[in-house]
Design a protein. Sequence first.
Length: 266
Amino acid sequence: MKDKRILIISSEVVPYLPQTEQAINSFQIPKAINEQGGQTRIFMPRYGLINERRHQLHEVIRLSGMNLVINDMDMPLIIKVASIPKERMQVYFIDNDEYFKRRGILHDSEGDCYKDNDERMIFFTKGVVETVKKLNWSPDIIHLHGWFTALFPLYLQTYYKDEPLFADSKIISSIYGPDFETPFAKNFFEKVAFDKIDSTHIEGLKKANYEALISLAIKNSDGLILAAEDIPSSLVEEVQNSKKPHLDFSASKDEETYIDFYSNKF
């Protein structure tokens, strides 16, 4: 594990957000990697509820300043960074006033997904990849957590397929249980297709519900982790039938298992 580079991408990470299963895993796994001599970078959105003063976030001017094109609109990318106390772990925050200034995370006060989560997903995906390119940091493994990261495997296999920095990177997706029912807007498909991604890769986004997003991640990932108990049986079966390296839920509870998974499967 020594010197292996692991890029952790998640919509939730403690101590910046409440302690959900995903947020805890997104902290504990890179912590275990660091203790084994690996190198990590963690990326997450900079939601409005994150207290920048308390967590000592600061903008990285040399990484900020570019515009990302989202559905034919230029959206400014702001990058902030903080260090997790006592852990020697850096967290990079993808920020944009239009998408991430609000105090909610992915759901409004009624528990419904924000209507622009599709654009937020595209922005987050491109923002992380473009920032890693600026850092010139080539990851051996990219470990994704949660449905909000489901576009990363697709974009790395298509939109960024000629990017040499990720040529040898292996993609692992950790799957968590569903937390929304209403599908995304029907034009999610068109917004991704705008990036010249062939329609054969994104047919599922025409009905962009939780199952469609996770299925998209399964198809384009190199390894999979069933990180919750309430994952629909159809998706569990899809993971098993994929014949890709995977961990079941019981195995996913042990951080040391991840080290073995990284080292021996990839």
